[in-house]
Design a protein around this ligand. Structure first.
Ligand code: NAD
Length: 344
């Protein structure tokens, strides 16, 4: 079987070549993203393999169907960039539900520690032999309260990491999970209670109509003054303009952003020689208390290997048995796991 692989980076190719050679799938690697301008490249292929910033809208799906492409293999967990309603009944959508929750949760903690202990500032100073400590005062995480929104695979690992630091946890989830609360320092609360009592808020829920701009000006106004916001989930969970206003007014003490609403044309690429057109992102990056990484949280050796292996297995299962345990479907107005019927 032949699969057109879009938005290829060297690290993707290295990992995928190991598993595709072993298991007999031929990938053709394209550097470009999949969108309406590039969809013709998929002509003659059995399937396409895409990532977080490929744009699989209704027109792209129609084109893929016209070309008899049967399957869309997401090499990620999130599917907010696919028009799932339109895809249903037209093209099969497979994904990698989990590849390393540790990679993302550990990156969230790395960003938090960097931010509050001012490591990003200290690193630059000491390279210039400036050993002054002025302005580098941080705060202890021990005893602080962290609000965790979304207690699925990644949220749960992040909660465990925070407990290791002796933090209290206020959790919120649309579908609270058993085994998260410990009757002591970890409890589920309402979103409002989480906003008003957390020193730090970390987002680990998917992007959906319900969660778009979950962190907006109204939410920021409810937060403790000086709250630290961490987003390693999806950019549009945070209204970036509202965040910028919160930073300027000092209501938000710091922000750690691995994702950004308008990241698709910027992240993963070297834009250092270009004029930055996005004023909101430029202003956020200019702030001493904002750290931005370029959707990097997933990028560990373990995660890359798991992504490649699961994607290859998904495709093999689909083409050999006509089904795949990681297929998504859209029923009753919601995207569900095809096998379990579970909503996300
Ligand atoms: P998961 O499905 O295991 O957990 C998501 C949790 O969010 C579930 O418990 C679900 O009930 C909850 N949820 C759904 N809707 C909600 C809502 N409206 N309010 C509150 N909670 C809600 O997913 P996961 O593997 O933990 O991944 C979480 C998110 O992390 C993904 O959706 C993806 O956007 C993001 N992610 C980012 C990276 C990265 O590199 N930055 C990598 C992987 C995943």
């Amino acid at each position: 079987m032949r699969i057109a692989f879009f938005d290829t980076k060297p690290y993707d190719k290295d990992a995928f070549e190991i598993f595709s050679e072993k298991r007999g799938i031929e990938f053709k690697y394209f550097e470009t993203k999949l969108n309406l301008d590039t969809v013709e490249l998929a002509h003659g292929f059995d399937g396409v393999c895409v990532f977080v910033n490929d744009d699989i809208n209704d027109k792209v799906i129609d084109k893929l169907c016209e070309m008899e492409v049967k399957v869309l293999a997401l090499r990620c967990a999130g599917f907010n960039n696919v028009d799932m309603k339109h895809a249903f009944g037209r093209i099969h959508v497979l994904r990698v539900p989990a590849y390393s929750p540790y990679a993302v949760a550990e990156h969230a903690m790395a960003m938090l520690l960097t931010s509050i202990r001012r490591i990003h500032k200290a690193y630059i100073r000491s390279r210039d032999f400036n050993f002054s400590l002025s302005g580098l005062t941080g705060f202890d995480l021990y005893g602080k309260t962290v609000g965790v929104i979304g207690t699925g695979r990644i949220g749960k690992v992040f909660i465990n990491i925070c407990r290791g630091f002796g933090m209290k946890v206020l959790a919120y989830d649309k579908n609270p999970k058993e085994g998260i609360e410990d009757g002591e320092s970890i409890r589920y609360v309402s979103l409002d209670e989480l906003f008003s009592n957390s020193d730090i808020i970390s987002l680990h829920c998917p992007l959906s109509e319900d969660t778009k701009h979950l962190i907006n000006s109204a939410a920021i106004a409810k937060c403790k003054r000086g709250v630290v916001i961490i987003n390693t989930s999806r950019g549009a969970l945070v209204d970036a303009e509202a965040l910028l206003s919160g930073i300027k007014s000092r209501q938000v003490g710091a922000a750690c952003l691995d994702v950004y609403e308008e990241e698709s044309d910027l992240f993963f690429e070297d834009n250092s020689g270009h004029i930055m057109e996005d004023d909101t992102l430029a202003r956020l990056i200019s702030m001493p208390n904002v750290i931005v990484t370029s959707h990097q949280a997933f990028l560990t050796k373990e995660a890359l290997n798991n992504i490649a292996e699961t994607t290859v297995d998904n495709l093999l299962s689909f083409f050999s048995k006509g089904e795949c345990e990681n297929e998504l479907c859209y029923r009753g107005g919601e995207t569900k796991d095809c096998k379990t019927g579970k909503c996300f």
